[in-house]
Design a protein around this ligand. Structure first.
Ligand SMILES: *Cc1c(COP(=O)(O)O)cnc(C)c1O
Length: 353
């Protein structure tokens, strides 16, 4: 792929103090345009800055936009490694297809990601900080047209943000509100695509949960509100005494790449990991009978996030002793060590930039 590189002549100020998440952006951005009949064209890396969009651009009206979230890590050896870029590029293509957006070839997406990360390599936080470079590829409809149909013009962009260690104040369990009224996705909808509308639709329940003193929402199925689906930006795992369960990919939840990686690591350990539906009743009964070992979420941002409390209308269910479970701690440490290049990578998940 031909990529035109126009390096910045005015480097952006480097962040001082804590990086946080998603507030600082690097010097460069990748863009590539699409128009029906011509295909993808004009791949370029240019200085980071505002874009111009026609006020009638269909993304602003009908939300034809999909995105990815992935990371690059700097190892103690100084090398920069992308974690599972092929899996992220393949998911981006699936999300595009679902929203009738012009598909970005996975090989082109991976190349564009590698090139823009290489351009801003000196923005990747050092291994010693525990930070990483968060990568946000996204594809959006730019055609100026108010009719309702798939647009004929799109842009694929990639922005990068250095982020701090997720657990700056220790590996803390989260408090999760079990949502049994509002719904994130239904079968036949777009719950399994990484698309902006799913997030817009989640904000009200998330804000209510915050107001009640919880960190995030656990979505349940749209019909009985009994089966566990996923948490805001994470997939969920429930460890019983004899099996570890995570809900199956049946169209309403996002197939997390961290979820897939954790399933693989659990299989490597010889654990009994099962993809099946799990109900709230089952979790509450397991808690009552002492069969509930731990609950944790998985996602690119936190990697593995222990759940300390599940909040119900009739009170809180404290998981175990409310402290991070052994599996969550071990899986978090194992996966982050692989990502940093501190452990072997038997599944070929890393790609050096
Ligand atoms: C991105 C996302 C996840 C986590 O996916 P990863 O690939 O593990 O980062 C889970 N749920 C939703 C709704 C998401 O958008």
């Amino acid at each position: 792929m031909q990529i035109d590189v126009r390096p910045t002549t005015a480097p952006r100020p480097r962040p001082t103090g804590p990086l946080g998440f998603g507030t600082h952006f690097t010097d460069h951005v990748f863009h590539m345009d699409y128009v029906d009949g011509k295909g993808w064209n004009d791949a370029r890396i240019e200085p980071y800055g505002p874009i111009s969009l026609d006020p009638a651009a269909s993304v602003l009206h009908y939300a034809q936009v999909v995105f990815e979230g992935m990371k690059a890590f700097k190892g103690a050896d100084g090398a920069i490694r992308l974690f599972r870029p092929d899996a992220h590029a393949a998911r981006l293509a699936r999300s595009c297809q679902k929203l009738r957006i012009a598909t970005v070839e996975p090989a082109h997406a991976v190349e564009a990601i590698s090139r823009v990360v290489a351009q801003d390599a000196d923005w990747v936080p050092d291994a010693s900080t525990g930070g990483a470079l968060y990568i946000r590829p996204f594809v959006y409809a730019t055609e100026a047209f108010l009719g309702v149909r798939p647009a004929k013009a799109y842009t694929f962009s990639i922005i990068l943000c250095p982020v701090g260690a997720y657990y700056e104040r220790g590996f803390a369990p989260v408090r999760i509100w079990v949502e049994r009224e509002k719904v994130r996705a239904v079968k036949g909808g777009v719950g399994d695509a990484k698309t902006a509308g799913n997030y817009a639709a989640s904000l009200s329940a998330a804000a209510d949960a915050k107001a009640r003193g919880y960190d995030q929402v656990l979505w349940t199925d749209a019909h009985e509100h009994e089966r566990i689906e996923e948490v805001g930006t994470m997939n969920l795992f429930v460890a019983f005494d004899d099996e570890i369960v995570t809900p199956p990919l049946e169209g309403t939840i996002l197939g997390g790449i961290t979820r897939d990686s954790v399933i693989t690591l659990l299989k490597d350990r010889g654990e009994n990991i099962v993809e099946r539906n799990v109900t709230l009743t089952e979790v509450r009964q397991a808690q009552a009978s002492g069969r509930l070992r731990e609950v944790f979420g998985t996602g690119t941002a936190a990697v593995v996030s222990p759940v300390g409390v599940l909040g119900f209308e009739d009170g809180d269910l404290t998981v175990g002793d409310g402290k991070p479970g052994r599996l969550a701690v071990e899986l978090h440490d194992e996966l982050t060590a692989i990502q940093r290049g501190d452990r072997p990578d038997p599944h070929g998940w890393l790609r050096t930039v």
